[in-house]
Design a protein. Sequence first.
Length: 278
Amino acid sequence: MFYSAVPKTDPTLSFPLSHFTFSSLVVRLTDSFPFPISITLHNRNPSSLQIRCCFATLSSSVTVMAASALSLWSLFFAALALPAAFGNSEGDALYTLRRSLSDPDNVLQSWDPTLVNPCTWFHITCNQDNRVTRVDLGNSNLSGHLVPELGKLEHLQYLELYKNNLHGTIPAELGNLKNLISLDLYNNNITGTIPSQLGKLKSLVFLRINDNQLTGPIPRELGGVSSLKVVDVSNNDLCGTIPTNGPFEHIPLNNFEHNPRLEGPELLGLASYDTNCS
């Protein structure tokens, strides 16, 4: 373990940590120091890691930083015991998806879990902070099922998995994707119900889940998503009535067709929203 002399606004500590398996770990420390501080572990080579302490504002001298070193190290080693979610959680989530899919065309060949983050993977787009914003896997000849871990992609805006051979259900955890704009799962073999948790997606504009095998009523929670402009649930086995509140007021009726058990628009609440569902 040693301290390498660098400018005081960019102090760096380097030491071997060969047993450490996380590829990247970021810990935000806001309460233990009189100034904002973050610690980032960068995987420089297989046998060592580098810790970089970035001080947003440092009006005091390096002496002040040294005085806080003991507290800093205590917090750092405590961070080593944190779960892997503080590491490359987005890469882990996407790699979990990869392991759940059959990929005969090797579309996901570049999804290497040993990389620091997934931003260099094909079909993945990240923002300037290296957070995943798009997953573009439409029409990719994939089969398998969606995984709850997708709900950890908190900056995701576009989830494009249309025209594949996906089965299983839509994970309720997708309701955690507060920045999601487009959810395109159409033309698959997805079963189960539409999760009511999708009603938490207050940025959602496009919800296209047509041409699947979905059952159950259309969740009334979706009526509270004022941003919705396009909803297509046609060609499923939905039941109940077509909602008319909120964004559904402007959704064309043909986006609900070919659901034999789905009744026409609600008439002033005279028909139960889950009629024909039992």
